[in-house]
Design a protein around this ligand. Structure first.
Ligand code: NAG
Ligand code: NAG
Ligand code: NAG
Ligand code: NAG
Ligand code: NAG
Length: 361
C-alpha cells in the first residue's frame, strides 16, 4: 500500500512528467545556424547559391584526368556543398571513375559515401548535395543499396513529388531540423516511385554548357523540365584541348575562379543574373581552392552573407610538384621524380589514343 505522502509524490511526479512532456515538443531545438549563417535557416534550398566540386573524386596532380587537388573531406571543410561525381560499372560494383576506370579509378562509391556520412555526422548544421552522373545506367535501387550500407538513406531528403520548382524546396533550417540534410540528384535513371530520395536532375535543375574551352555563357544546355522555374547549375570549369579532347586546365584556374575579370566565375554569375533575373543555384568548379576562396566569396555575396572561413582554405598544389596526391585506387602511375610530369603526359597521351573517344567531362 502507498502512504498518502507516497501517493502525493507519485502523482506530482506524473503531473510534472506530463508537464515536461507537453513543454518538450515545442521546445525541440531549432537550428540557429545553417550552412554557416543564421540568415540561411529560413531560406528555401532553392534560393541559395552553393559551390560544387566538379568530378569531386578525381583528385590528384600531374594527371589530365583529375579535376581537384584535394579530397572531398578537405573540399567540404573548405565550403564545397555540392559533390559531383561520375559512376561506372566495374564488374558489377558502382565505382567512381573518370570516363573509364582504366583512365582514372577513384574507388568504390561505398567508400566515398562513407566519407560523406562521417563528414555530415561531424557537421550537423550543414545541408549537402550530391550530383551523380550515372554513366552506366545503374537502377536507383542499386544506389539505394549502397546508401543504406553506409546509413545515408535515412539522412536523405525525399521531395513530395518527382520535380519541384525552385521556389518550393524546404528551408535549410527545416532540412537540418528533420535530419534529412542530404539531397541527391542523378542525371539518368532516377525513379521517384522506386527510390524517392534519388532526385531526377534535369526535371529539377537545368545546366549551362559544359566542357567549355573558350568563353562561358549562360544558355540552357540541358534540361527536361521548365527552365523558367527549375533551379539551375552553371558549369564553370575551363578545359583545354589535348589531342582535340577537353581536359581540365589548372594553369588558368586562378582567373577562372576569380570574383571578377574576363571569364571569371563572378563574370559568368553576373551574366546569368542579367539574363534570368535570379542567381544560379549551383556553380561547379575545378581546382576549387585556386583563387584562395574566391569561389566561396562569389556564393556568399550571392547569398547576402559574409565569407568568413573558420579555418584557412587549402593552398593550390602546383602542377609538376612532387607531392602527388592521387585518389584511392587510382590507376595513374604514382611516383615523385622530377620526370614524373613528363612521363605522365606520355602515359596520358597513350591512354587517349588507346581509349579512342576520350571525353573528359
Ligand atoms: C584528406 O586530405 C586531408 C588534407 O587535406 C588529409 O589530412 C586527410 O587525411 C585526407 N583524408 C583521406 C581519407 O585521405
Ligand atoms: C555491370 O556489369 C556486370 C558485369 O561486370 C553486369 O553483369 C551487370 O549487368 C552490369 N550492371 C549494369 C547496371 O549494367
Ligand atoms: C550542350 O553543350 C555541349 C558541350 O558543350 C554541346 O556539345 C551541345 O551542343 C550543347 N547542346 C545544346 C542543346 O546547347
Ligand atoms: C595562383 O595564384 C597564387 C596566389 O596568388 C599563386 O601563388 C600561383 O602561382 C597562381 N597559380 C597560377 C597557375 O597562376
Ligand atoms: C533568392 O531570392 C532573392 C530574392 O528574390 C533573389 O534575388 C535571388 O536571386 C534568389 N537566389 C536564388 C539562388 O534563387
Amino acid at each position: 500500500m502507498f502512504s498518502t505522502t507516497q501517493t502525493a509524490r507519485v502523482a506530482s511526479f506524473v503531473l510534472f512528467s506530463l508537464f515536461l512532456g507537453v513543454k518538450a515538443s515545442p521546445s525541440v531545438p531549432r537550428a540557429t545556424t545553417c550552412n554557416g549563417s543564421p540568415d540561411l535557416c529560413d531560406r528555401s534550398f532553392g534560393n541559395v547559391t552553393f559551390v560544387g566540386a566538379h568530378d569531386s573524386y578525381a583528385v590528384g596532380i600531374n594527371n589530365f584526368a583529375t579535376n581537384q587537388d584535394y579530397n572531398i573531406t578537405q573540399q567540404m571543410n573548405d565550403g564545397i556543398r555540392m559533390l559531383q561525381m561520375q559512376t561506372h560499372n566495374q564488374s558489377g560494383v558502382i565505382q567512381l571513375c573518370h570516363t573509364s576506370c582504366a583512365l582514372y579509378n577513384g574507388g568504390p562509391l561505398s567508400t566515398y559515401l562513407g566519407t560523406v556520412k562521417s563528414w555530415l555526422d561531424a557537421n550537423p548544421n550543414e545541408v549537402l548535395s550530391l550530383l551523380i552522373v550515372n554513366s552506366d545506367d545503374f537502377p536507383p535501387t542499386a544506389f539505394d543499396t549502397v546508401f543504406k550500407s553506409v546509413g545515408l538513406d535515412t539522412m536523405s531528403y525525399a521531395p513530395p513529388s518527382a520535380s519541384i520548382p525552385a521556389t518550393q524546396w524546404p528551408t535549410l533550417g527545416s532540412l537540418i531540423d528533420s535530419g534529412k540534410r542530404l539531397l541527391t540528384f542523378m542525371d539518368a535513371e532516377a525513379d521517384f516511385t522506386s527510390v524517392p530520395y534519388i532526385i531526377d536532375e534535369f526535371t529539377n535543375i537545368w545546366e549551362s554548357p559544359y566542357d567549355v574551352t573558350t568563353t562561358f555563357d549562360c544558355s540552357v544546355n540541358r534540361t527536361k523540365g521548365d527552365s523558367s522555374t527549375e533551379m539551375y547549375l552553371i558549369n564553370h570549369f575551363l578545359d583545354t584541348l589535348i589531342l582535340g579532347e577537353p581536359a581540365p586546365d589548372p594553369s588558368q584556374a586562378n582567373q577562372t575562379n576569380a570574383v571578377s575579370g574576363t571569364n571569371s566565375l563572378g563574370a559568368q554569375f553576373d551574366l546569368c543574373v542579367s539574363e534570368y533575373g535570379r542567381n544560379p543555384n549551383f556553380m561547379l568548379v575545378d581546382f576549387y581552392e585556386y583563387g584562395g576562396g574566391s569561389v566561396f566569396e562569389v556564393a556568399a555575396t550571392a547569398n547576402g552573407v559574409t565569407y568568413s572561413p573558420t579555418t584557412p582554405i587549402a593552398t593550390p598544389i602546383p602542377q609538376g610538384s612532387s607531392t602527388t596526391s592521387s585518389g584511392p585506387g587510382s590507376s595513374s602511375p604514382s611516383g615523385a621524380s622530377s620526370s614524373f610530369s613528363q612521363w605522365n603526359s606520355v602515359w596520358m597521351v597513350a591512354s587517349g589514343i588507346v581509349l579512342g573517344a576520350w571525353c573528359v567531362v
